[in-house]
Design a protein around this ligand. Structure first.
Ligand code: F6P
Length: 308
């Protein structure tokens, strides 16, 4: 998010605009927490995880009074265009705000879940994939040294994008995601086959949103049937949301930041900047938040082939 912020500030200044940062997102909008941002204020942040402006989930912005307060503050501050970085909740809020008030909003997708329709990537996703991959590499050492079967739970809310891609990158033996029904009998069969093939260890990546429950629940069900496998569970948690961003994330974020400013200059509003096949696109908020983004089933099938 810092790379995107840096790009927005510098693209705006490049176009002779003044920029004000809003601390803690919508909460700061309501509190009037504005800070002027000049080019040097965003120096030395491209390599940092998180966001220097900080983030918050604002209940008050969900109320009409809260949004009215935010609007009054924005008007007082002389703000006439907003770039919001976030996921579904951020754009849902922006969309409601736009039904009521006349300040244009442009969005930049920032979520490790990568679940927004209309964009191949959201910022943070690639970094999270790499974090999970590195964790799987490390877990693999114990799995193979001790002949263990690991269930590794990864984030993603109700989506399996992060789980799927990281399972391929980490050479996992299987992945359980909400987009594909999980049949425990199939998992059993799969493990049995693996055992017959003299596989003594394995890693199954479990998306936190999988309908069979998290990794602990699934491991419990499997454990009693596979005494030969020493079953372990690792829940990766919030390490997936931090750390220095990958080059890929920094480049995507920089491109989106500059494009967001351009969209405002073009008089566009209620759109999210996305990438499709490496091209920048402008996707209406309505679509980004309401349409369902599907996983790439070719990737899912790939994992089966790779585990022959
Ligand atoms: O939406 C991003 C995400 O990291 C999800 O993958 C995860 O379920 C959730 O946020 C965690 O939220 P919190 O930090 O509030 O526990």
């Amino acid at each position: 998010m810092n790379a995107a912020l840096r790009a927005v500030v510098r693209a705006a200044i490049f176009n002779q605009l003044e920029v004000v940062g809003i601390k803690r997102g919508y909460a700061g909008m309501i509190e009037g927490a504005f800070v002027p941002l000049r080019s040097r204020d965003v120096s030395n942040i491209i390599q940092r995880g998180g966001t220097v402006l900080k983030s918050a989930r604002s209940k008050a912005f969900m109320t009409k009074e809260g949004r009215q307060q935010a609007y009054d503050n924005l008007k007082k501050e002389g703000i006439d265009g907003i770039v919001a970085i976030g996921g579904n909740g951020t754009f849902t809020g922006a969309n409601i705000f736009q039904n009521e008030f006349d300040i244009p909003f442009v969005g930049i997708p920032g979520t490790i879940d990568n679940d927004l329709f209309g964009t191949d990537y959201s910022i943070g996703y690639d970094t999270a994939i790499n974090t999970v991959m590195q964790a799987l590499d490390k877990i693999r050492d114990t799995a193979s040294a001790h002949n263990r079967l690991f269930f590794v739970e990864v984030m993603g809310r109700a989506a399996g994008f992060l789980a799927l891609r990281s399972s391929i990158a980490g050479g996992a033996e299987g992945v359980l995601i909400p987009e594909v029904p999980t049949h425990l009998e199939e998992l059993h069969l799969y493990l049995e086959n693996g055992f017959k093939k003299k596989k003594s260890s394995g890693i199954i990546v479990v998306a936190e949103g999988d309908e069979e429950g998290g990794a602990y629940k699934i491991a419990k069900k499997v454990r009693k049937d596979f005494e030969d496998y020493d079953v372990r569970v690792t829940v990766l948690g919030h390490i997936q949301r931090g750390g220095s961003p990958t080059a890929f994330d920094r480049v995507v974020a920089s491109r989106m930041g500059v494009e967001a400013v351009q969209a405002l200059l073009d008089g566009h509003s209620r759109v999210m900047i996305g990438t499709q096949c490496s091209n920048l696109v402008r996707v209406p908020f309505e679509k980004a938040i309401k349409e369902h983004k599907n996983i790439n089933h070719q990737l899912y099938d790939l994992l089966t082939v790779l585990n022959v």
